[in-house]
Design a protein around this ligand. Structure first.
Ligand code: UD1
Ligand code: UDP
Length: 351
C-alpha cells in the first residue's frame, strides 16, 4: 500500500513525525514538502531533530496570497499524484498545504486521510476554518483528536470512517519530552530561570493582520512585569516591522528567533504561564500542565478551557493582563487520547 503524505508548515512536520515512524513499518510512504515554510528554523530543524524522512518531493512554493500559494501547490501536487498513483493521500491539520493536497486527491479519486479532522472554531474569517471544513468534506478517513471533533463532524453529517484516535501531537510530546530534558540548553542560552518567565507565541493572521489588535497585545505585554520570552514567528516579525511597532519598548522581554521542537518543549515545560494564539501550543500547555492564556476569541481546543487550564481573552488589553495575572489551579483530564494515536491510525488504515 502506498501513502502520499503532504506537509509544508511547522506544525505539520511535528504531527507527521510520530505517524511516519509507525507508518513506514507497515507500508510505503512518499512525502511531499510544499515549501510553505522554508526558513531553516521553520522547516529543516524539525526534519533533523525529529528524524523525519527526507521529502521525496520539495515543491518550493513559498509564501504568497492564499489563491496563488494554494493554486501553485495544487498544480505541482497533481503532477505527482498522477505519476505516483498512491492508494491514499494523507494531510494534516488546517493549512493551505492541507487544502491543496485534499482538493487534488479528491478530484483524482484518491481517498484522502485527514489527520486532526473535525476541529472547528466556528469563525469563517479564519483561513484555517475554511481549510478544515473543505478538507473534512472531501476526506474518506477522518482521524479526530477529541470527542468534540467527532461531534462537530456529526453535526455536518460526516459520520462514515470517523475515528477518535487521540491527538498525534500528544504522541510527539511523550516521545520527545525526555530527549528535550537531556539535550536542550535553551534556558541557559536565553538567560531564563525555570517558572520565572512567561512564554509568548503570536502568529495567527486574525491577530497579526490587524494593527489595532497588535497594539493592544503589545500594550498588555508592556504591563506584565515578569520576564517574557517570545520566539517570534516570521509573519509576526514582518508585520510588526510594517506597522512600525517596536518591541524595545516592552520591558523584560526577550525576543528570540523561532526555536526547534526540543527547545520549544523545554520553554513550555518550564514556563510560569504560556500566552499564545497557536493551536498546537495551547495543547502542549495542557499536556505539560502549564496554565495557558489564549489571545483569540474562540478556540477549537475547547477541552482546554475547562477548569481555567486555558483562558480565552481576545485582544482586549485588560482581559489579557487579568488572565496572565490570575492565580489558577487547573485540573487536567485525559481528553487527548493515550499517546498511541499514530499506532491507531496505522492499524485502521491497514484494516
Ligand atoms: C501558516 C498556517 C497557519 C499555521 C501556521 C503555523 C495557512 C493559511 N496558515 O500560517 O494555520 O498556524 O502556518 O506556523 O496555511 N514566512 C517566512 N519564512 C517562512 C515561512 C513564512 O518568512 O519559512 C513569513 C512570510 O512573510 C509569509 C508569512 O510568514 O508571508 C506567512 O507565512 P504562511 O505560510 O503564508 O502563513 P503562516 O502565518 O505561517
Ligand atoms: N514550535 C516550535 N518552535 C517555535 C514555536 C512553535 O517548535 O518557535 C512548535 C510548537 O511546540 C508546536 C508547533 O510548533 O508543536 C505549533 O506550531 P504553530 O504555533 O506554528 O502553528 P499552529 O499550531 O497554530 O497551527
Amino acid at each position: 500500500m502506498k501513502i502520499l503524505t503532504i506537509i509544508g508548515a511547522r506544525p505539520q512536520f511535528i504531527k507527521a513525525a510520530p505517524v511516519s515512524r509507525v507508518l513506514r513499518k507497515h507500508m510505503e510512504e512518499k512525502i511531499i514538502h510544499t515549501g510553505q515554510h522554508y526558513d531553516a528554523n521553520m522547516s529543516d530543524i524539525f526534519f533533523e531533530e525529529l528524524h523525519i524522512p527526507k521529502p521525496d518531493y520539495h515543491l518550493g512554493v513559498g509564501s504568497g496570497n492564499h489563491g496563488k500559494q494554494t493554486g501553485e501547490m495544487m498544480a505541482k501536487i497533481e503532477d505527482i499524484v498522477l505519476s505516483e498513483k498512491p492508494d491514499y493521500l494523507m494531510v494534516y491539520g488546517d493549512t493551505n498545504s492541507t487544502l491543496a493536497g485534499a482538493l487534488v486527491a479528491a478530484k483524482l479519486h484518491v481517498p484522502v486521510i485527514h489527520i486532526e479532522a473535525g476541529l472547528r472554531s466556528f469563525n469563517k474569517k479564519m483561513p484555517e476554518e475554511i481549510n478544515r471544513i473543505m478538507t473534512d468534506h472531501v476526506s474518506e478517513f477522518l482521524f479526530c483528536p477529541t470527542d468534540t471533533a467527532v461531534t462537530n463532524l456529526d453535526n455536518e453529517n460526516i459520520t462514515h470512517n470517523v475515528f477518535n484516535i487521540g491527538d498525534v501531537m500528544y504522541d510527539a510530546v511523550l516521545y520527545n519530552r525526555e530527549l528535550a530534558n537531556e539535550k536542550s540548553t535553551i534556558l541557559e542560552d536565553a538567560g531564563l530561570t525555570a517558572k520565572k518567565y512567561h512564554l509568548i507565541t503570536i502568529h495567527r493572521a486574525e491577530n497579526t493582520d490587524d494593527i489595532e489588535k497588535m497594539k493592544n497585545i503589545l500594550d498588555a505585554f508592556s504591563k506584565i512585569e515578569d520576564v517574557k520570552v517570545w520566539p517570534i514567528h516570521p509573519r509576526t516579525k514582518h508585520k510588526l516591522a510594517d506597522y512600525g511597532l517596536n518591541l524595545d519598548d516592552v520591558p523584560n522581554i526577550k525576543v528570540i528567533d523561532p526555536v526547534g521542537y526540543l527547545d520549544m518543549l523545554t520553554l513550555e515545560a518550564n514556563a510560569k504561564k504560556i500566552v499564545t494564539d497557536s493551536g498546537g501550543v495551547q495543547k502542549e500547555a495542557y499536556f505539560m500542565k502549564v496554565p495557558c492564556v489564549t489571545i483569540r476569541e474562540q478556540t477549537e481546543w475547547v477541552e482546554t478551557l475547562e477548569g481555567e487550564a486555558n483562558i480565552l481573552t481576545g485582544t482586549d488589553t485588560g482581559k489579557i493582563l487579568a488572565a496572565v495575572q490570575k492565580e489558577v489551579s487547573p485540573q487536567y483530564k485525559e481528553v487527548f487520547g493515550d499517546g498511541q494515536a499514530s499506532e491507531k491510525i496505522v492499524e485502521l488504515i491497514k484494516k
